[in-house]
Write a protein that binds this ligand. Structure first.
Ligand code: FES
Length: 143
């Protein structure tokens, strides 16, 4: 069996939503200190809905595929749904990632959450802190 699914290869070769959004309503940037990969997510939010989303990822193929899939999953969704996106859902939508690459999908979840938190902070919207746990520590899953 191939190490990477067709979907991973497709989103790696033809990533969706790559780029920068000027005047984004929320921007989130996260990195994994161990592998050095960095992911940045830009959100446009209209009436509580993700009207547009772009990403820049400096990282491995799985991180690029995860960013691409994660942006597709939240585009057009209400903020409340985007907040529920998990790295598992991203990996499942990609038809799986190898175990040692699951942390790449964690970056996507964290970057989206960081961008949503930025949106809340910029707009003075109150939120439950537990929605935004401290950054994932990859020592636990191993890079
Ligand atoms: Fe670091 Fe994939 S995000 S190896």
């Amino acid at each position: 069996m191939a190490l990477y699914s067709e979907k991973v290869m497709d989103h790696f070769r033809n990533p969706r939503n790559v780029g920068v959004l000027e005047n984004a309503d929320g921007v989130g940037e996260v990195g994994n200190a161990k592998c050095g990969d960095i992911m940045k997510i830009y959100l446009k939010i209209d009436r509580d809905t993700i009207s547009d989303v772009k990403f820049e990822t400096f990282g491995c193929g799985s991180a690029i595929a995860s960013s691409s899939m994660a942006t597709e999953l939240i585009k057009g969704q209400p903020v409340s749904e985007a907040l529920k996106l998990t790295n598992r859902a991203v990996a499942e939508a990609l038809d799986g990632l190898p175990a040692h690459k699951l942390h790449c999908s964690v970056l996507a979840e964290e970057a989206i959450k960081a961008a949503l938190k930025d949106y809340y902070d910029k707009n003075g919207i109150a939120y439950d802190e537990s929605l935004f746990p401290a950054a994932h520590d990859c020592d636990h899953c191993g890079v």
